[in-house]
Design a protein around this ligand. Structure first.
Ligand SMILES: [Zn+2]
Length: 135
């Protein structure tokens, strides 16, 4: 039995971060469904979670490694983007008491300025545009 399973799994793609994400979101959707009363939303969550589980099985058993690998790459890019965005928001929140963060009107570069210095001229470090703000 164990040998048959091993033979069956041979050459299959297996589990990666994207599969973990699919299974995890399926679980989250199933839990959410328990708290939602709108029938259409429940149906939607149910369908999506089942689809996510079927898709994760399909990926695990797939023999097309290249395609699965590039799917995972795309997922990781998205994942890292979200992670970076959250880390940035968090650091902005932490600095809010002592610093202002302005955007350069020219190139949208974020510039951190200490608070409580009155009207100041800020020079963008990237494109050297000068603008005046209250800090
Ligand atoms: Zn600039």
């Amino acid at each position: 039995m164990k040998e048959r399973l091993a033979r069956f799994m041979q050459g299959r793609y297996g589990i990666d971060q994207f599969t973990n994400f699919l299974v995890f979101s399926a679980l989250v959707m199933l839990v959410l469904e328990m708290f939602i009363k709108v029938p259409f939303m429940r149906f939607l969550l149910n369908t999506l979670s089942i689809a996510a589980i079927i898709y994760s099985y399909f990926r695990m058993l797939s023999r097309n490694h290249n395609k699965r690998y590039s799917e995972n790459e795309r997922y990781m890019k998205f994942h890292n983007g979200v992670k970076f965005f959250i880390a940035r928001q968090k650091s902005h929140m932490q600095q809010r008491k002592t610093h202002h963060i302005y955007k350069c009107p020219q190139c949208r570069q974020s510039i951190r300025v200490p608070k409580g210095k009155g009207r100041i001229a800020i020079t963008c470090p990237k494109c050297h545009t000068e603008f005046i703000k209250r800090s």
